[in-house]
Design a protein around this ligand. Structure first.
Ligand code: WT7
Length: 634
């Protein structure tokens, strides 16, 4: 058995891991890819099926509006489902799903493809056409990937809103995407309780006018309000005998241009409302399939479990599209890791023989708190690889994950990437020596640098801004309806280089260490929130005139939110009001955004130009030196 590493130590994989690895010499592959990025990605693209091949791999004539696989015809569903139906994969399990209440459903590739066709026909019968946006707001149930794939199949653009989000988040996303159809559910189970999503959707729909039809999946079977002529039950639509469009098990896969949009996914940025990141059919499938195959070393015999929610980019790329393209068997679990006991996850690993587990540091820290005996009462010997994502993993959590879950046997693949990047950008592969807390090096075909304010690479060990210097196939193609902001936010700070928003270091061995966000984005339990969103939720409360939100270190969640509010004249600060304000944020955005602390103040530190100095609030809250306050207005 391998030795347990200390932080900064190199951890070498055993011979067997190296032998079975797709990539045996990571540095050599990276060096080879770097000599000709276009050729590297073209070779990977040839491993997938295309209706028509490209005339050009990369079009960089209109930077930063890059195009990949120009002229190619494809559809990601053709690679994720259709092509498997002509192979033995047809009969393989694509999805194993366990509900929090113990329900179990499984889908072979054949069954999943059929379900997707039927739902695609339902969408068509509701008038959904190629290019139309469909908002999906569902709990973690099989209908979530089914609805996504059904949209993609007919060329509609899905916009998934995480089921943990609430009224205003949902409303804003429906309105911005101008969706005419919403797919939701009566609810889902979380910590033993049924969460009524339909009630939240109803409230959001009162504020948003574009939606004509609502399709409601019955999960909890609780009674919900159904508006006649607008709301329909999913199961009833699916059961209709051959409607106009024919809700049978056949539906042709729409031929898409490689650059046609596949989905919008909203994410928090530096300013204003969350923005919709655009991903496309062609390049995205190449990036996602390649990274999953190499970094997690996916093999046909694996049983893979990404414990994230499909509503985030992690789920889009590595629950839905990536694993299906590779013909893998995926696990999906609806509920909380601690329900009914803190060994629920380990029970799932044992029961289904999971070999690859992919989760976030916050989940590991959360489960660590209950002690290792919960994990130790289960047979975890099927695990061979562990993944992590979402925020830097602290050495303590790394070691616990490695020792208690991975039995000091499984490599930990720490994948750094973003909603915008679509795919892993900095990650080890299983044959590569690890350093706990480092995502090691950029994936082959990816060029990353750490720069100082002037745009020069910093020296080894020094902190700077992480940028990506060359395009990659799964890169975002823009911000929906806002091309200027795309250029402004990502490509202007260091002209021609993609700004990640993270700070990082590169050590003497060329290993990358992510430090964290350097903009007004806060990662709470790995979820990405913007200070602006939280502030605007607070200001939407009638008692509030001004607000500022900051991220503060938190033991389990990584960061939590502190909010500072100035009340309107005539309002009095009471403990009840403080409580109500925190609740209000949870109701508007979602429980994850609920501030840990709300403090009522009479003034906020601002610059002379009127910008709130969050940095100063944060320093004060942490009892740290205030730093440069020369711009502070007295
Ligand atoms: C931000 C992107 C893409 C998966 C989920 C998050 C942070 C992500 C890591 C990691 C350190 C990480 C960064 C990044 N982050 N993975 N392995 N190590 N930090 O996607 O919500 O778009 O957030 O998450 O700060 O910028 P996202």
């Amino acid at each position: 058995m391998a030795e347990e590493p200390k932080p900064n130590d190199l951890w070498y994989p055993d011979k067997q891991t190296v032998r079975r690895s797709h990539v045996k010499d990571y540095d050599a592959l990276r060096a080879r890819a770097a000599t000709d990025l276009v050729a590297f990605w073209e070779e990977r693209a040839k491993e997938l099926k295309w209706f028509k091949r490209w005339t050009k791999v990369l079009d960089d004539s209109n930077k930063p509006f890059f195009k990949w696989f120009v002229g190619a015809k494809t559809n990601i569903v053709h690679n994720a489902l259709d092509r498997h139906l002509a192979t033995p994969t047809r009969n393989k399990l694509a999805l194993i799903w366990e509900g929090e209440n113990g329900d179990l459903r499984t889908f072979s590739y054949f069954a999943l493809a059929r379900e997707v066709c039927r739902f695609a026909n339902v969408l068509k019968s509701m008038g959904v056409n190629k290019g139309d946006r469909v908002t999906i707001y569902l709990p973690r149930i099989p209908e979530l990937p089914i609805a996504m794939l059904a949209c993609a199949k007919i060329g509609a653009v899905h916009s998934v809103v995480y089921g943990g989000f609430s009224v205003e988040s949902l409303h804003g996303r429906i309105e911005d995407s101008e969706s005419r159809v919403l797919v939701t559910a009566d609810g889902g189970y979380m910590r033993g309780k049924a969460i009524n999503l339909k009630a939240i959707a109803d409230e959001a729909l009162q504020r948003a006018g574009t939606v004509e039809h609502v399709i409601v999946v019955r999960r909890t079977k609780e009674k919900v309000n159904m508006e006649v002529g607008r709301d329909y039950y999913y199961d009833e639509l699916m059961a209709l005998p051959m409607s106009r469009a024919g809700t049978n098990g056949r539906c042709p896969t729409e031929v898409m241009d490689a650059e046609d949009p596949l989905f919008l996914l909203y994410t928090s940025g530096t300013t204003g409302r969350p923005k919709a990141i655009i991903h496309t059919h062609g390049g995205y499938q190449v990036g996602v399939a390649t990274t999953l195959k190499y970094a997690f070393d996916m093999k046909p015999e694996d049983r893979y479990w990404c414990a994230a929610d499909p509503g985030w980019i992690t789920g889009h790329s590595y629950i839905v599209y990536g694993p299906l393209i590779l013909g893998a068997t995926s696990m999906m679990y609806e509920g909380a890791p601690t329900y009914p006991y803190p060994d629920r996850w380990w029970r799932i690993v044992e029961n289904y023989g999971i070999s690859i587990l992919y989760t976030a540091p916050t989940a590991i820290r959360g489960l660590m708190r209950f002690g290792e005996s919960w994990a130790n009462r289960h047979d975890l010997s099927t695990l061979r690889l562990l993944g992590t994502v979402g925020e830097p993993i602290n050495p303590e959590a790394w070691r616990w994950y490695h020792r208690v879950i991975g039995k000091a046997r499984c490599p930990i693949i720490d994948t750094w990437w973003q909603t915008e990047t679509g795919m892993f950008m900095i990650t080890p592969v299983p044959s590569f020596p690890l350093k706990p807390g480092s995502g090691t090096k950029p994936f082959p075909g990816i060029q990353a640098e750490v720069l100082d304010e002037e745009g020069n690479p910093v020296k080894a060990g020094e902190e700077g801004k992480l940028v990506i210097t060359t395009p990659w196939p799964a890169m975002l193609r823009g911000i929906y309806k806002d091309p200027e902001r795309y250029v402004q936010q990502y490509w202007s700070t260091y002209p021609g280089k993609y700004l990640t928003g993270d700070s990082a270091k590169i050590d003497e061995d060329g290993y990358f260490w992510i430090i964290g966000r350097v903009d007004d984005v806060i990662k709470v339990s790995g979820y990405r929130l913007g200070t602006a969103e939280i502030e605007s939720a607070l200001v939407s409360h009638p008692a509030v005139s001004e607000a500022a939100a900051i991220g503060m270190p938190h033991e389990v969640r990584g960061n939590c939110i502190y909010a500072y509010v100035i009340l309107r004249a005539g309002q009095t600060a009471t403990p009840q009001l403080v409580d109500e304000l925190a609740q209000h944020v949870a109701r508007e955005i979602g429980p994850i955004a609920k501030p840990e602390k709300v403090e009522i103040v009479t003034s906020l530190p601002k610059t002379r130009s009127g910008k709130i100095m969050r940095r100063l609030l944060k320093a004060r809250a942490q009892g740290l030196p205030e730093g440069d306050v020369s711009t502070l207005e007295e």
